[in-house]
Design a protein around this ligand. Structure first.
Ligand SMILES: Nc1ncnc2c1ncn2[C@@H]1O[C@H](COP(=O)(O)OP(=O)(O)OP(=O)(O)O)[C@@H](O)[C@H]1O
Length: 426
């Protein structure tokens, strides 16, 4: 096993050149280090890649520095073991390690993931890059899980190779290789890591797919991982095309993802209208409606012919009022949006603030924010961040705000005591 030649893929010229090309020359290359096999290998590869860069670049060029970041979730009984392991490993390689702590009353996988990305976001400065160790098997598992959740093209596109995150970029250089290759690499270089025993619990969907489904598919189709990952690549291309199409459609009728004249959309054919609404929701980072809800919404748009209606799912409301179609967020948003919007205001100040004083980011439209919370606390933050406050509780403000944004392009905050939009409208 130690001589397994598979590891060579990770040392091939093609692999190294591809990641060097993607990497560019950031000031800091962050490695998201969990202490597991994949991220330990990634750290090792990063060190080698920077050494390679040192050989190619002229002496006058500044090399990216490698920093590692570990999030201690304090939930796992081995949490301290993982953190200590990361400290020892980074000390060995002379890589500075930043540890962030997350204390949740009750562990929730999704919130923990969102919080992780928030911490990554917080550390990334302009042009920094962070590497995560997802690989081909993760991609194929995600694909199968999403199939079972009846995802459409967008959902099946899986994990992206590269995307922006705050001021920097998030990359997954190992997404093109399988776990088997990473394993061979780890064995070849005698790397140590900690096995997360929770990866064996098949009551989690991912683990069920990993242990109970993929091995069976591979008996019949040994290249299954590769084939599934290729499907994901094809779907990514289709999804990009659909997004371009939807963007053009929107640009022709509105300059806002959440406010569109109803007369412009009534005439759009159903399948295109669905695509347009999904695109707006995607840009607004709002949750997608279940299929039946979206069908009902389309029916309402066509049937009511511009009179009032309201369709809700999760915390989203799609409304028509005074011949304007609105997409609004009405209640508590997920942790990342909550943090990320606040952090935009003034991160150093917020660090000192007790965030629990604020209850909810109420609605986030593309250019302005509705915040609900104790007025005193919100005002304190906004004043500190030099953001003008408008206090009114009329939906008419939406129009005024929209007009002002269109005319002078300002950003400001609307603070309302009563964020029940239904009441406001009536
Ligand atoms: N607690 C953490 N701190 C820092 N980064 C993390 C943490 N958990 C996950 N990551 C990053 O996200 C990637 C994917 O996480 P996930 O839990 O899906 O994978 P994994 O199989 O546990 O990976 P690994 O073998 O590195 O632990 C990890 O490889 C790592 O880069």
């Amino acid at each position: 096993m130690k001589n397994n030649p598979l590891y060579i893929i990770l040392e091939s010229k093609i692999f190294i050149e591809k990641i060097l090309q993607l990497l560019g020359t950031p000031k800091i290359l962050w490695i998201a280090l969990s202490g597991g096999r994949d991220s330990v290998c990634l750290l090792y590869i990063a060190i080698k890649v920077i050494n390679r860069l040192r050989e190619i670049l002229s002496l006058s060029m500044i090399l990216p520095k490698i920093y590692a970041i570990h999030i201690n979730h304090h939930f796992h009984k081995d949490a301290a073991k993982f953190e200590n392991f990361c400290h020892t490993l980074c000390a060995k390689f002379n890589v500075p390690l930043f540890v962030e702590h997350l204390h949740l009353h009750k562990f929730n996988e999704n919130i923990a993931r969102e919080a992780r990305y928030y911490f990554f976001y917080k550390h990334l400065n302009k042009n920094d890059v962070i590497w995560l160790a997802h690989h081909r098997d993760d991609q194929s598992e995600t694909f199968i899980m999403r199939l079972m959740r009846r995802a459409g093209v967008k959902g099946l596109t899986g994990i992206p190779h590269i995307r922006s995150l705050g001021k920097g970029k998030l990359m997954r250089p190992l997404l093109g290789v399988t776990g088997e290759v990473i394993n061979a690499y780890a064995l070849k270089y005698n790397l140590n890591w900690i096995d997360d025993i929770s990866n064996l619990y098949i009551n989690f969907d991912r683990n069920y797919v990993r242990h109970n489904i993929i091995p069976y598919i591979k008996i019949r189709w040994p290249d299954a991982i590769e084939s599934l990952a290729l499907c994901v690549d094809y779907l990514k291309e289709s999804d990009n095309l659909l997004n371009c199409f939807a963007k053009d459609m929107l640009q022709a009728i509105s300059n806002n993802h959440s406010i569109i004249p109803i007369d412009k959309i009534i005439i759009i054919e159903n399948a295109r209208l669905k695509l347009l609404i999904r695109y707006c929701l995607l840009c607004l980072k709002f949750p997608m409606p279940p299929k039946k809800r979206l069908d009902t919404l389309i029916n309402q748009i066509k049937k009511t012919n511009g009179s009032m209606f309201c369709i809700r799912w999760e915390n989203v409301e799609a409304r028509c009022w005074r011949r304007i179609f609105f997409i609004l967020y009405t209640k508590k948003k997920s942790l990342s949006i909550f943090y990320i919007n606040l952090i935009k205001l003034q991160s150093s100040f917020l660090k000192k603030m007790d965030l629990s004083l604020l209850t909810i980011i109420h609605i986030k439209c593309s250019e302005f924010f509705f915040i609900n919370g104790h007025k005193r606390n919100i005002k304190k933050i906004l004043q500190f961040a030099n953001i003008p406050i408008w206090e009114r509780n009329s939906i008419m403000l939406l129009f005024i705000i929209n007009e002002l944004i269109a005319i002078i392009g300002i950003n400001f905050i609307f603070v309302s005591d009563n964020c029940n939009l239904k009441k406001l409208i009536i």
